[in-house]
Write a protein that binds this ligand. Structure first.
Ligand SMILES: Nc1ncnc2c1ncn2[C@@H]1O[C@H](COP(=O)(O)OP(=O)(O)O)[C@@H](O)[C@H]1O
Ligand SMILES: [Mg+2]
Length: 204
């Protein structure tokens, strides 16, 4: 190889290697997370809004690259939930990452919001995107381990499997609604008083 050729190609080679190793790092991290027995403390008092701020600060680069229309709409005075901060942060990261990856261009929006649902006694997190959407036949499979439509861009299909397990562990639910070509809404419900579900602490 001529020196001039090398000079041209080596930076590309290096960035290819870097990109490849970043993908591998992500795959290994997902796999480790998936097989790890969960020993995290589930009794922390967690403010979901703080979880979101923390997750978004980790994802700020990705969000900035994916959309010019990101909005955040957090309910003030959201009650705390019992759970684990880091695990819930992992869920927010997975949902926002998926939203970013679903957008075809930066003019499409992502909206992250929280609210208090009095009827269910739950705090609710929504991640909405104007991305490609999910065909109905895939909707029931997206939380299955290793289900991914993004295998060729490094998707392992563990993000939602891990997320749905985390939400179950913390007594909550994770739902998706989607329309192909229009977008997707992921919704997490976390009960504020988990023992209410078993009826043990209901006094009336
Ligand atoms: N916001 C979304 N918009 C469109 N498709 C989505 C969205 N979130 C998840 N999906 C679909 O669900 C699949 C599984 O998601 P996930 O478990 O995070 O795995 P991965 O991101 O590694 O593919 C994705 O491959 C994609 O097909
Ligand atoms: Mg994902």
């Amino acid at each position: 190889m001529m020196y001039s050729e090398m000079k041209e190609n080596i930076p590309k080679l290096f960035s290819g290697i870097l990109e490849g190793s970043e993908r591998i790092r992500q795959i290994v991290a997902d796999l480790k997370d998936y097989v790890r027995p969960d020993t995290s403390d589930l009794t922390q008092s967690v403010n979901l809004n703080s979880v979101i701020h923390s997750a978004l600060s980790l994802l700020s680069n990705m969000v900035r690259k994916s959309t010019d229309r990101f909005s955040l709409d957090l309910e003030k005075d959201l009650p705390s939930v019992k759970g684990n901060f880091q695990r819930l942060e992992q869920v927010v990261i997975n949902l926002v990452q998926n939203a970013c990856q679903a957008l075809p261009d930066r003019k499409k929006a992502i909206r992250v919001s929280t609210r208090w649902d009095e009827v269910n006694g739950s705090v609710v997190l929504q991640v909405q995107d104007e991305g490609v959407g999910i065909p109905p036949e895939n909707l029931t499979r997206i939380t299955d381990p290793f289900f991914s439509t993004r295998h060729d861009s490094g998707g392992v299909g563990l993000g939602l499997a891990i997320s749905s397990r985390i939400i179950k562990e913390q007594g909550g639910t994770l739902n998706f609604a989607s329309e192909p070509g229009i977008g997707t809404k992921a919704e997490v419900f976390l009960p504020v008083n988990r023992s209410l579900k078993t009826g043990k602490e209901v006094t009336r």
